[in-house]
Design a protein around this ligand. Structure first.
Ligand SMILES: [Ca+2]
Length: 197
């Protein structure tokens, strides 16, 4: 069952893998002391608060952090770096992946529930190819949600791409098939279409 995925400490990362979270967009429900959501995807995995690279919400119920990718990705795994203090705040946080913004994206399918591992600050969450544009971290209980770095590994879905509201050209390479996924219209693009980044 997906809820029972095993979390492993990250010891090594293949150099060829690309962190797709980097340089994308992140937002969160509230922001504490300027600790904006983008700090969790700034490429700096420092777990120290005074390094200014951890996101941080206010202490409220139902706090969330959301990564917005430029298209539908199949997410193989997510590396989550916790802060080196108040590590227990990460316990019980749920990770959702999908294409819907309903309930701020927190109604998408769940990949996992994080349990902090005292043995490491960066843990690996396996999502086994779950698909989506949005990756949410959600804390249902009242408290702070802080993330020092989130790295997402996976690949673009080779079949379906989200039609953005900006009219970025995908429709010109449509080869005729569309699909409604979680309320979002997706379109099949040809392999010769423009690069989607
Ligand atoms: Ca960071």
């Amino acid at each position: 069952h997906l809820d029972l995925q095993v979390f492993l400490c990250t010891l090594l990362r293949a150099a060829s893998r690309i962190n797709v979270a980097l340089s994308n967009t992140a937002i969160q429900s509230t922001t504490f002391h300027g600790a904006v959501a983008e700090r969790a995807i700034d490429g700096n995995s420092s777990p120290q608060w005074d390094q200014g690279s951890c996101s941080h919400t206010h202490s409220l119920a139902k706090q969330w952090w959301r990564l917005e990718l430029p298209g539908v990705y199949r997410v193989s795994e997510i590396h989550v770096t916790n802060r080196n203090e108040f590590r227990e705040w990460l316990n019980g946080i749920e990770i959702f992946i999908g294409n819907s913004r309903a309930n701020n994206g927190n109604d998408n399918p769940r990949c996992a529930i994080i349990n902090d591992d005292p043995g490491c600050l960066t843990q690996t969450v396996k999502c086994w190819g779950m698909e989506g544009r949005f990756i949410n971290f959600y804390k249902s209980s009242s408290g702070y949600l802080q993330l020092c770095e989130v790295k997402v590994y996976g690949g673009r879905n080779p079949v379906y791409h989200y039609i953005s509201s900006k009219g970025d050209g995908c429709t010109r390479t449509t080869v005729g098939k569309t699909s409604l996924v979680n309320g979002q219209m997706l379109v099949l693009c040809s392999s010769t279409g423009r690069a989607w980044h």
